[in-house]
Design a protein around this ligand. Structure first.
Ligand SMILES: [Zn+2]
Length: 189
């Protein structure tokens, strides 16, 4: 017995059921994700979804900046994500100091993990939609379109300046080589 998929392909019914179930699952996950995003509330508890952390950064940031006591991750509040970068607050149990915790390195408004993942998408030739599909399957936060475009510009500039530098390096190496060869030629004459 055959069934037809959304894209028009005919496959065995059992295979079609499996594919359709998987697609429905992804679609439901997307819907609930959109609902969460539209909700726009800051989380006052550890989120259910996965996240990416820079181990060395989180190990350092989970110590109170005032008394150096360990901070209790279960007491976090105002959890916010900007793409794959997360930040939240924890009050120290010992000295009551309010600590701001970042999940990774962020310089001004540019986070390392977001630039790396956008670079990865550009490098592998996929766009924001495909990247978000991978992130959704891994139950990781999405990168919003506007955010993706902003990082694309940042990463693009970095690629451009690196390309210029390597061109300059190649040009000066070539010049050196020519000078060397001319000297060698003069010596043999
Ligand atoms: Zn403290």
């Amino acid at each position: 017995m055959t069934s037809r998929l959304k894209n028009g392909r005919f496959v065995k019914k059992r295979t079609a059921d499996k594919i359709n179930n998987a697609l429905a699952g992804i679609s439901n996950a997307k819907k609930s994700k959109v609902e969460i995003a539209l909700d726009g509330k800051d989380g006052d508890k550890i989120p259910d979804e996965n996240g990416i952390v820079t181990w060395k950064v989180i190990a350092k940031n989970l110590k109170c900046t005032s008394c150096r006591s360990l901070l209790d991750l279960e007491k976090l509040y105002e959890f916010k994500t900007g793409g794959l970068h997360s930040k939240f607050k924890i009050k120290c149990d010992k000295c009551a100091k309010l600590n701001k915790v970042n999940s990774g390195v962020k310089t001004k408004t540019v986070s390392d993990i977001n630039s790396s993942v956008v670079l990865g998408a550009i490098h592998s030739g996929v766009g924001n939609t495909s990247l978000n599909k991978i992130l959704a399957c891994a139950n990781l936060p999405q990168i919003r379109n506007q955010q993706y475009k902003r990082y694309e510009v940042i990463v693009g500039k970095a690629i451009e300046s690196e390309a210029k530098d390597s061109c300059k390096r190649a040009a000066s190496e070539e010049k050196e080589l020519v000078v060397k060869n001319v000297k060698k030629l003069c010596d043999t004459l």
